[in-house]
Design a protein around this ligand. Structure first.
Ligand SMILES: Cc1cc2nc3c(=O)[nH]c(=O)nc-3n(C[C@H](O)[C@H](O)[C@H](O)COP(=O)(O)OP(=O)(O)OC[C@H]3O[C@@H](n4cnc5c(N)ncnc54)[C@H](O)[C@@H]3O)c2cc1C
Length: 369
């Protein structure tokens, strides 16, 4: 059996990025998993500047077509009353952009092309001998069962689904991302340039499972009417520009992320609610942290050294825990329908909006994940 330094199990965006990143250190990497299918994922990811910096170092970011990545300059979060509005801007934060909305399928394909050209990455379809197995199998994490008692994955079903689609609007997006917290729904319209430049959005609509299923079954015109009622008038008339797809919303985290010869990365280690658009950003931050840990190892340690991997786990535990608390807290806050809590949360949003240092701190957390 051919032996490798690392086997990366799972070829999603996190797995492929990790394979490229470790291979760039001079390690021989086996990547287990099939390339992305040709069918287009309707999602577009809000990527943070740190994620973009990683993809740029991997020579993937600059290969993406201009209309596959759209900068977000401003973000407006609407509560469920007029007082509840929070506005964030790149200008206030002194950064070029708050995030870049990136076409999911285009990113998968760009990573596949980089993998095909990487001399130290070999695609495999079976287990291989390796010092380290990096589990990047995502939230399904079927092979985690093989780790047996070494870790468990505490998972909780939110009872919601995230419905995604591409939308074209009658008014230009002006690079503004908008989100409406409408207890229990959360509607996000992320500015995008596909299929129509300056007028497209990637929709992510989180809502109770039964309502999501009902929306999926509607004809396009009725769906557009429901969406118009859920979103604000400031985006103009909205038309469906793709198929609709939905994902069950589970959240959770593994009890342990590493052990002798194995490590968990990305959604295999932690799954957060997409309302903050941070799941993939956390996974790519894991990739950067694990690569730096392996690169900085003492000469006598192998990449699968248990103590080495604990350093990675310790480094990533706090930011992941904080993001999980924030998204879970927001969900709980906006799930409550009683009038006093409703008033409190909307007034709270208005208050935060009037305190620029607090807003800068909040934005900083999202930019750093
Ligand atoms: C609607 C929606 C919108 C989102 N929007 C955002 C956003 O704006 N920003 C953001 O940062 N995040 C977002 N996320 C979260 C993001 O999608 C995930 O965090 C990210 O895709 C996780 O990547 P991953 O590579 O860890 O896992 P996955 O994407 O699940 O990839 C895992 C891969 O492993 C493969 N696999 C599984 N088992 C095996 C096995 N035994 N052997 C080999 N291969 C295997 C799978 O087929 C898959 O290809 C969103 C999620 C949803 C549902």
């Amino acid at each position: 059996m051919q032996s490798f330094d690392v086997e990366v199990r799972g070829a999603g965006i996190v797995g492929k990025s990790l394979a490229l990143s470790l291979a760039a250190l001079g390690l021989d990497v086996a990547l287990r998993g099939t390339p992305a299918s040709a069918s287009d994922d309707v999602r577009a990811y809000a990527l943070s500047p740190s994620s973009i910096a990683l993809l740029r170092r991997l020579r993937v970011w600059d290969t993406l077509a201009a209309d596959a990545k759209t900068a977000v300059h401003d973000m407006v979060v609407h509560g469920d009353a007029a007082a509840g509005v929070l506005e964030f801007s790149a200008w206030q934060q002194c950064v070029a952009e708050l995030a870049v909305i990136t076409d999911a399928a285009a990113l998968e394909r760009a990573l596949d092309a980089a993998i095909a050209a990487a001399p130290r990455v070999t695609r495999v379809d079976t287990d291989v001998a390796a010092s380290l197995v990096a589990h990047c199998e995502g939230r399904a994490a079927a092979t985690l069962a093989a780790l047996g008692a070494m870790t468990t994955f505490e998972r909780s079903d939110t009872g919601q689904r995230a419905l995604a689609a591409r939308i074209v609007a009658s008014l230009p997006h002006r690079h503004v991302a908008r989100q409406w917290f409408r207890s229990p729904d959360v509607v996000a319209l992320l500015p995008f340039d596909r299929p129509e430049r300056e007028r497209s959005y990637a929709l992510v609509w989180s809502l109770p499972r039964e309502r999501a299923d009902a929306l999926l079954a509607l004809d396009a015109a009725t769906f557009e009417r429901e969406l118009a009622a859920a979103a604000g008038a400031e985006v103009g008339a909205l038309s469906l520009a793709s198929e609709r797809a939905a994902w069950p919303l589970v959240v959770g985290s593994a009890a342990a992320w590493s052990g002798p010869g194995w490590v968990l990365v990305g959604d295999a280690a932690h799954v957060v609610h997409p309302l903050a658009g941070q799941g993939l950003n956390l996974g790519l931050a894991d990739v950067a942290a694990l690569t730096a840990t392996v690169a900085g190892r003492e000469p006598w340690r192998t990449p699968g050294d248990e103590r080495l991997l604990r350093r990675y786990e310790r480094q990533r535990a706090a930011p992941t825990w904080a993001m999980r608390q924030m998204t879970d807290g927001l969900l709980r806050l906006f799930a409550a329908s009683s009038a006093p809590i409703r008033e409190l949360r909307n007034n709270g949003m208005g208050l935060v909006n009037r305190v620029p240092p607090l807003k800068r701190w909040l934005t900083g957390r999202a930019l750093d994940s």
